[in-house]
Design a protein around this ligand. Structure first.
Ligand code: CO8
Length: 372
């Protein structure tokens, strides 16, 4: 049996934040901090904070802007976080709202109705609560039957979710699966941290996974290989969790937000990902020259260029390795799916491509796909 991706959807949040806006707020915060602590800085007790710059951000990462669900408060030096009004239990949660919008588009592209869907996997980096699962809330809102669950694998959640969906279809526990990635990452950035304040944006993506025999979408892609790998590392970490409140003196410490050793991640993840891709291309019996497109994880443009060059043996041309992180920033697990969503409609029967994610864990997932 062949399992296919038969439709995709993208929800783009309502607000955009440019590098200049983010850097303006950060640098004002730095000025205020250094002023307020001038005596301690002068005596060597505290270190002065250094300013950020849009030029650095664009050169080091390729990011120019990001979309966010909530912008108020994020650029205010007194708060330095998006202020998000609490919703009542009767209202749709933020991630469910994002997920439903992306899911409806994916179902439309796949010619599916809610009655066709019998499994929903919400796969992302964070869920805004532990239970009831966001996926079950989405199931209820869409009016789908079957079953639903949440799963977290940071930046590899989307590819790992697709692999789980494919296994459910192959194993007969589901016929048609929605894999949705509502990435609400902006609230987890430390906007007071120069090294990471620019990295993430919010977005939601969705795909429909089903048996080739039931697929009727205009662009269906057979999964030729699905391979996940993980290897433990502390270099990308957030200690946020339900036990934080039991240690009141550290519950708001910076390690409860996103923290990484970016340089180390860059060096350690690249060889792992290049090897995984090479192995998967070979396992799929595909020649590199047959790959029309590389839909790569969108964390850093220099990483993507490095991987594309290594895989292709030359610089990527035209749209071979599409970049969307300039507009969206790093959207955790959704990045490679945004690239796929935006850049697959010119592909035709027999065209091959790969979708590859990598990130915290470390985790990496690689799907070699072929247009039906
Ligand atoms: N402005 C100006 N200068 C700066 C800034 C800034 N904002 N930040 C750092 N600098 C300075 C540094 O101080 C340093 O100065 P010096 O040379 O004097 O020491 C210099 O610039 C170079 O700093 P770096 O070595 O840190 O810069 P890099 O070239 O390595 O670029 C990056 C930093 C962009 C972070 C880069 O290392 C990178 O992208 N690495 C890969 C990271 C990656 O892929 N991570 C994956 C994380 S995503 C993931 O797994 C999902 C997690 C779950 C989601 C979480 C949601 C919140």
């Amino acid at each position: 049996m062949s399992v296919v991706i038969s439709g995709s959807g993208l929800f783009t949040p309502p607000h955009s934040v440019s590098n200049d806006e983010l850097v303006g707020a950060f640098n004002q915060y730095v000025e205020e901090y250094n002023q307020e602590n001038s005596d301690a800085i002068a005596s060597g007790e505290l270190e002065a904070l250094k300013p950020s710059s849009s030029e650095f951000i664009e050169k080091a990462s390729g990011i120019k802007s990001r979309y966010v669900m909530y912008k108020d408060g994020a650029l205010d030096t007194k708060t330095m976080m998006p202020l998000i009004p609490e919703r009542s239990n009767d209202e749709l949660s933020i991630q469910a709202e994002m997920a439903v919008s992306a899911a409806k588009q994916a179902m439309k592209a796949a010619n599916k109705t809610p009655e066709d869907i019998d499994l929903i996997i919400v796969a992302c980096s964070y869920t805004q609560r532990s239970y009831p699962a966001i996926a079950i809330e989405v199931q209820n809102e869409l009016g789908c039957g079957g079953w639903a669950f949440d799963m977290l694998v940071a930046c590899s959640a989307a590819t790992f979710g697709i692999m789980n969906a494919a296994n459910a279809v192959r194993g007969g526990t589901a016929k048609t699966v929605l894999v949705i990635n509502p990435e609400l990452t902006f609230p987890q950035i430390n906007l007071r941290d120069r090294d990471s304040h620019f990295i993430f944006g919010d977005v939601a993506t969705a795909v429909v996974i089903e048996n080739e025999e039931t697929a009727t979408g205009d662009h269906c892609f057979k999964l030729l290989t699905t391979k996940p790998i993980t290897t433990f590392s502390n270099n990308i970490r957030s200690n946020f969790g339900h036990v934080n409140r039991c240690s009141p003196e550290t519950m708001d410490a910076p390690d409860k937000l996103f923290v990484q050793q970016g340089r180390k991640v860059f060096k350690e993840v690249l060889p792992m990902v290049c090897q995984l891709i090479e192995e998967q291309i070979s396992a799929a019996n595909v020649e590199v020259s047959d790959l029309k497109r590389l839909f790569l994880h969108q964390a850093n443009i220099n990483m993507n260029t490095f991987i594309a060059k290594k895989v292709l043996g030359r610089d990527p041309v035209d749209n071979e390795a599409p970049i969307i992180l300039d507009e969206f920033a790093n959207t955790a697990s959704a990045g490679s799916i945004i690239a796929f969503h935006r850049h697959h409609e010119d592909m035709v029967s027999g065209d091959k491509a790969l979708i590859c994610s990598f990130g915290a864990g470390y985790s990496a997932g690689c799907l070699v796909i072929e247009h039906l």
